[in-house]
Design a protein around this ligand. Sequence first.
Ligand code: NDP
Length: 315
Amino acid sequence: RKGNVIITGASSGLGLATAKAIGESGEWHVIMACRDFLKAEKAAKSVGIPKENYTVMHLDLSSLESVRQFVDTFRRSGRPLDALVCNAAVYLPTAKEPTFTADGFELSVGTNHLGHFLLSRLLLDDLKQSDHPQKRLIIVGSITGNTNTLAGNVPPKANLGDLRGLSEGLNSLNCSPMIDGGEFDGAKAYKDSKVCNMLTMQEFHRRFHEETGIAFASLYPGCIAETGLFRNHIPLFRALFPPFQKYITKGYVSEAEAGKRLAQVVCDPSLGKSGVYWSWNSTSSSFENQLSKEASDAEKARKLWEVSEKLVGLA
Ligand code: NDP
């Protein structure tokens, strides 16, 4: 049978390029988990994914109720689940004030981390039941959360501190909208959310890899400077960022190439190792990369897991 993979945020950028790369292979059916049904349907058509190889299902990660509904809808489809890709993200670098999810969490961490945390926890049972030879759960990370890199050292740097703000609910009512309890900073909130993604992947690995055989992985696909992620940035940044990445840092990667990289992490038998943060070198060969001290802090990962469980109603 064909494998089934859920990809969140498959309506644009990396998610769409990955859906295309996997959907074209003919060996997989892609469930595009998207907040805008029509946009996703149009996007799938525009890149030419064969109709029989994809289904669009509604998922808004900024609402825990929507996450639960998505899981119900997916289960009712009767499809087994063989791979889950947590890819969707929002990035609000110029926001002066925080905005919030339906459940009152700061939007970047609420969507990128907490929405995916609930989704992946609920779908773990489905993955466990799959009889596919390679079951995988992938959470897209980023270099920007890794302070052991040049890019990760551009201020404001990621820092979860002692998770004070998160423990208090990450809302505007009586606490800080930032995980570390500090003042709102949209760019930092995004980086923090990516550190959460990488910590969550490792905690999944520690808790469930041996028992379930599921491979948990994260990756940095390269700098895809033209995706919608930068839509909220100032125009000058959007104009200069792609050439800067292409010619100065040489970290630039096209959407198509980044999609092929993520598709490898989903389907390539040689990238089936669990607990790995994958990156690619200048000749597009994959390698197991090192995470920053904070993004590989096992004690922080455990605490993040426990606090997140409470916030999404699992504990
Ligand atoms: P895009 O903005 O193109 O894609 C993000 C996707 O997430 C969109 O499909 C968007 O939906 C979706 N999304 C946003 N909010 C929600 C929500 N509440 N519910 C469901 N879906 C939502 O950006 P990229 O493709 O660049 O980003 C994809 C991933 O790659 C992210 O995890 C990002 O952190 C990561 N990444 C990107 C890099 C880059 O250089 N671009 C580098 C490293 C990592 P819609 O289409 O409706 O807006």
